[in-house]
Design a protein around this ligand. Structure first.
Ligand SMILES: Nc1nc2c(ncn2[C@@H]2O[C@H](COP(=O)(O)OP(=O)(O)OP(=O)(O)O)[C@@H](O)[C@H]2O)c(=O)[nH]1
Ligand SMILES: [Mg+2]
Length: 1131
């Protein structure tokens, strides 16, 4: 526990003014854990000699082996800043993209963050991501520019060059912050304008309005946001050598030494100022006059000369001089150590200890839990589309509790659990070996003595019996087993020891949490609020002042649990606590039954669940796993359940095919999950499939040229007719299905009661990406529509409505032209899963359906004069569309960027339901009944259906026997799905591949090899630039996920570890080649040969997927069959 006692920490926990909850954020390998080591060492938890080498917070074996952090872990530290004692709850987070979900869980619990930037590499992709994450959670960052030593020893910059370099890095970081800030101001500005406009509208004010975008920016003061050494929010450091400083420290040193006021120095130490030695004055304009800036002269030069003396020249005399001038003591052992770095850290850690500069910056610049902003509280409390103001009064009052952060008895308890983590049972404090008391030692000694005596005796007996097995001596021998037996049997069958053993293997889950209000006590009962819990509903059901201990009613998404144990998180160790007051990070045991990954706990049912965490990473790499021995399946299933709970980002599922699938964020994450599963959670041998690569299926516009760039002209049409004819002859076109030359599919249900005409159209690429990036919004829209249809009321926040209107406007601007006339209003549904990037379009002439935009209010009027309705079986059409878009005909992968336009939909009137089918989805029932009751004309409309096809169908004799085909809705769903698939196949089909982007940093020597690897894996370089001030190149490239496995390793190997890329999922891209392509024109025959067996990448991908899914793969197994020859004939 170091030099601070548990009691002291418990006392400090009660003083939120002096508590800081903070995390360390950075790009991978920028030195977070090394810096954390230095801070931990300052508390005596590890020796300062080992700081930087131990990486104490990387407690997992694989973290130490790979040298990267994979899990965020917390530690509580004590720091004395001036006269005050501070408690710092520090969380170290991983920097690798695969683990960015761990960053999200850490950031949520903090009020501030230390952002670390490598002085050589500067701002990297993850630096930007973490800055954004901090920004989104409204937490305040401070900056540490780390690895300054690399500028001296690796880049060999002079102090002046280094100054310029560091200035540039600061500029980069501030540019990122600036962008974040500007976007928010503009957003707020737009909101305000809108409100004003509405106000004016209501006042019937008319007149031209000037829109001045810059106005918001000018008014808002943003100076406090930026990092600047003179603001005191920047520290320069070398964590590995143990030093770090802020301008303040040097200002103090020099104000004493030079007699200049500290405030003056503070303002001038950073910037374009220089010291005029003659006039003994600080003047402006160092650059213009070619003088050394003050920062270089007074600060950097000292450090440079120290490195020069200690590391580069190893000049003993100079070192001794420096040591005496600094007034520090260095041990002789360090002075004569063969590694100069040892001496360097011995000097630096006394002169400019990094822990002191960083921690005092943290205490002074980061907010305490009491300083939480109102905006942040409201953001935490308002989930999804819900508006803060629309919540019940009691809920709104809880805002005060957040802001007061009081730990009084009567304050409501509010706790947020951001993740669950597994620890070995043995690591729990209650199971740890404690030092023995005197009596216990005495008792044990007595026992041991007894055992020893027994053994001696039995040995004696044994030897004696061997020597002389006389019957007279047999009696005592017999008695021996009697004496020994009880002991033996006890140890063998004792139920205690057995269950203990089982227990030992088990993992215990601990919730990683923070108390926002009140005091949690051990044994207390609290409510667990699920993400969908609605406080309004809870309050209306539960009696007033109901507590978790006397709650007996069932409320949806609300349960009660007991807080079993509370822990202080101390890196690798846990300390048991009795209670934890507001404003602290803690571990809670005994919640694994109640919480899957994250949850809100509260003593009050008025508390809303916190907004879900912002995850940056998309789980994309999937593998199927199975046990080596099939009988161990239950263990695997149990193990996967535990893994799912222990990792914020992993997804586990059982696919339709019955495979158990893990979905992870990337290769490194996958490896960690498999390791964990194998060695901790399932403890069985596991075999995993090759990564399952996701694809999407889409249609494109018919190409104008063929594969050899010849104009297709009429040839294409000939080909299509040819294809249709062929299919017809193969019997694929039945009497109920017809495909015309333009790709319009007409399909009748088997009972001949409904007919559908559908066409598939490729969506413009911008529309697809717009839909793709707005999945969440579309889901919210769908949710709102559902609620409206159920005639429930829902308070939707203005922001959400605006976003929906924005989406609609964007769609309208993108879907232009004759083909898309009025298309946005006619959107019927999105799919798959009602929120995907495909559109179902209502082009049925006589069906004026309620618009999906109905929540915006003006939908019905736009469609036309006729009242908008929802027909019966409307939902069957949507369900069929959902099914069709979920798995396409090429290889049963989801569709993307396809629009299905329903051009005709006829239902025979006798199919109208007498009573609704049970099998139909609930929603469908609701819609249908609503259509019947709310809109009187609903049913009439249908029965009057004025179509010719209808009367035709009526005349058919089969129609009477319709009932034998089962429920109509089911048939309609199947027919809709089939029609969509047929329409899809009538267009040119393509596969879409998932793409990663990566940024690779490489030196000029290995650049060629990087390009080589990229080229081989079908990667595409987007741009390349040289990083200023270094000899590094930054290459930005995209790479198909399908080709990415082993990419990072290969690059590392080929470049001897100089370049290591990080892959981030970016987008979906259409693979240009047609998987069904066969040569049709003469030129193509000439160019590709009859079989066209040159590689068709799309076909390869498609067949691989089909093979994996056990679907039929059309390929010849024997390519060149030859008759077997007998050898003898040959002779
Ligand atoms: N030269 C130099 N190397 C450093 C410094 N700080 C850290 N390193 C080295 O940088 C490497 C990465 O350090 P870590 O502390 O593991 O980095 P991290 O940010 O925790 O990495 P992740 O947790 O994987 O994101 C290690 O090899 C350290 O020895 C420094 O100040 N100077
Ligand atoms: Mg780390």
């Amino acid at each position: 526990m170091g030099h601070i006692s548990l009691d002291k920490i418990v006392a400090l926990q009660r003083n939120p003014v002096n508590t800081r909850n903070l995390c360390i954020l950075a790009h991978v390998d920028h030195g977070k854990t090394t810096l954390a080591d230095c801070l931990v060492a300052s508390n005596g938890i590890i020796s300062s000699r080992l700081a930087g080498k131990l990486r104490y917070l990387d407690s997992r074996e694989d973290e130490q082996l790979r040298g990267i952090t994979m899990k965020s872990s917390a530690i509580s530290l004590h720091f004395r800043n001036g006269e005050q004692d501070y408690l710092l709850n520090l969380i170290d987070s991983p920097g690798h993209v695969d683990f960015s979900s761990e960053v999200s869980t850490a950031v949520r619990l903090c009020d501030g963050a230390i952002v670390v930037v490598d002085a050589v590499e500067g701002v990297c992709p993850q630096t930007q991501v973490v800055l954004r994450q901090a920004w989104l959670e409204n937490i305040k960052p401070v900056l540490v520019i780390n690895k300054i030593d690399r500028l001296i020893t690796e880049l060999k910059l002079t102090s002046l060059e280094a100054y310029g370099h560091v200035q540039k890095i600061l500029g980069q970081v501030n540019a990122v912050t600036g962008t974040l800030f500007t976007s928010r101001v503009l957003e707020e500005r737009a909101e305000k304008e809108k409100e004003e406009e509405e106000q004016k509208d209501s006042e019937a004010f008319s007149g031209d309005q000037l829109y001045d975008w810059s106005a918001g920016l000018e008014e808002t003061d943003d100076s406090h946001l930026y990092f600047s050494p003179d603001q005191g929010n920047v520290v320069f450091a070398s964590a590995i050598d143990g030093w770090g400083f802020s301008i303040q420290q040097f200002a103090q040193i020099y104000s004493q030494r030079m007699g200049i006021r500290a405030e003056v120095l503070l303002k001038t130490l950073w910037g374009d100022f220089y010291l005029n030695a003659k006039a003994k004055k600080i003047m402006k304009g160092a650059q213009a006059k070619g003088k050394k800036p003050l920062f270089v002269q007074l600060v950097l030069d000292n450090i440079w000369s120290l490195y020069d003396a200690v590391v580069i020249r190893r000049d003993k005399q100079r070192v001794e001089k420096v040591v005496t001038s600094l007034g520090i003591k260095v041990m002789a052992r360090d002075l004569s150590h063969s590694d100069p770095k040892v001496l360097l850290s011995a000097i630096c850690s006394q002169w400019l200890p990094v822990s002191k500069s960083v921690l005092s910056m943290v205490c002074e610049k980061l907010p305490s839990p009491l300083d939480m902003e109102v905006e942040r509280v409201e953001k935490l409390m308002s989930v999804g589309a819900r508006q803060f103001e629309s919540m019940p009064q009691q809920t709104q009052q809880l805002k005060k509790a957040f802001l007061q952060c009081s730990c009084e008895e009567n304050a409501p308890v509010i706790v947020f659990v951001s993740k669950m983590f597994a620890v070995d049972n043995k690591a729990l404090p209650q199971n740890k070996q404690r030092p023995l008391t005197q009596e216990e030692i005495a008792r044990r000694r007595e026992l041991a003595r007894q055992r020893q005596a027994d053994r001696m005796e039995s040995n004696q007996g044994l030897t004696e019996s061997q020597r002389a097995p006389s019957p007279s001596e047999a009696a005592p021998q017999e008695s021996q087993p009697v004496r020994l037996n009880p002991v033996k049997t006890e140890s063998l069958v004792s139920p205690d020891s057995k269950s203990e053993k089982e227990e030992e293997q088990k993992e215990t889950f601990i919730a990683f949490a923070r108390v926002y209000s009140g005091t949690v006590k051990k044994g207390q009962k609290v409510f667990v609020l699920g993400p969908k819990y609605d406080p309004a509903q809870g309050l209306s059901v539960l009696p007033e002042s109901c507590t978790a201990s006397d709650c007996e009613l069932e409320v949806p998404h609300l349960s009660c649990c007991t807080v079993d144990s509370l822990y202080l998180l101390m890196g690798r160790e846990l300390e048991e606590l009795k209670e934890v007051p507001a404003g602290n990070v803690l571990g809670i045991g005994g919640l694994e039954e109640f919480i899957l990954k994250s949850a809100t706990l509260s003593s009050s049912p008025a508390c809303p669940p916190f907004t879900p965490l912002n995850f940056e990473a998309t789980p994309i790499v999937r593998v199927a796993v199975e046990p080596k021995h099939p009988s161990e399946m239950p263990k695997l299933v149990q193990g996967m359940r535990l893994l799912n709970q222990a990792d914020p980002c992993v997804e586990v599922l059982i696919q339709e095919t019955g495979e158990h699938v893990l979905i992870t964020a990337g290769e490194v994450h996958l490896q960690r999950c498999l390791d964990d599963l194998q060695s901790r959670f399932a403890q069985i041998e596991i075999s995993s499939s090759k990564p399952i690569i996701p694809f999407r299926e889409t249609v494109v516009r018919p190409p104008k040229v063929d594969m050899v760039n010849e104009d297709l002209g009429k040839q294409q049409k000939v080909a299509i007719i040819h294809q249709v004819k062929e299919e017809a002859s193969q019997g694929r076109l039945s009497s109920t299905l017809h495909v015309d030359t333009t790709g319009l599919v007409t399909l009748t249900t088997p009972n001949k009661m409904a007919t559908l005409c559908i066409r598939a159209i490729a969506l413009p690429q911008e529309v697809t990406s717009l839909l793709e990036s707005n999945t969440e919004l579309i889901r919210t829209l769908e949710h709102i529509n559902m609620t409206l249809r159920e005639s429930k009321s829902l308070d939707v926040s203005l922001r959400t409505l605006e976003a929906i209107a924005g989406l609609k406007a964007q769609l309208e601007s993108l879907l232009k032209g004759r083909k898309w006339r009025n298309a946005v209003e006619r959107i019927w549904a999105f799919g798959p899963r009602r929120c995907g990037p495909n559109i179902l379009l209502n082009s049925v002439e006589d069906y004026h359906r309620l618009s999906v935009w109905q929540c915006l209010g003006n939908a019905a009027t736009d469609v036309g004069s006729q009242a908008a309705v929802i027909r019966d079986y409307d939902n069957s059409i949507i369900s069929g569309f959902q099914l069709a878009t979920l798995s396409g005909p090429m290889c049963e992968e989801p569709l993307m960027g396809v629009c299905f336009s329903v051009e005709r939909w006829e239902v025979q009137s006798s199919t109208l339901p007498q009573h609704q089918d049970q099998q139909e989805e609930n929603a469908a029932c609701l819609e249908a009944s609503e259509a019947g009751t709310a809109e009187e004309g609903g049913i009439k409309n249908l029965s009057e259906g004025p179509s010719g096809g209808l009367s035709q169908m009526k005349s058919r004799p089969e129609a009477a026997s319709a009932d034998c085909y089962g429920p109509v809705s089911g048939q309609l769903i199947a027919a809709m799905k089939e029609a969509c698939r047929q329409a899809f196949q009538a267009q040119p089909q393509r596969l879409m591949a998932a793409m990663y982007t990566c940024e690779i940093m490489a030196t000029a020597e290995v650049l060629g090899r990087v390009y080589g690897v990229l080229g081989k894996r079908e990667g595409r370089v987007l741009h390349e630039e040289m990083k200023e001030g270094t000899d590094m190149f930054i290459i930005k490239a995209v790479l198909p996920v399908a080709e990415s496995f082993g990419f990072a390793d290969q690059i590392r190997k080929r470049t001897s570890g100089l370049a290591s890329p990080q892959l981030v999922f970016s987008h979906w891209e259409v693979i240009a080649s047609d998987p069904y392509w066969v040569p049709t024109t003469e030129e193509e025959y000439l160019h590709f040969g009859e079989k066209a067996d040159s590689a068709n990448q799309a076909l390869k991908y498609m067949n691989a997927v089909r093979r994996r899914k056990g679907l039929y793969v059309e390929e010849k197994i024997v390519e060149h069959a030859e008759k077997q020859r007998t050898l003898s004939k040959n002779k």
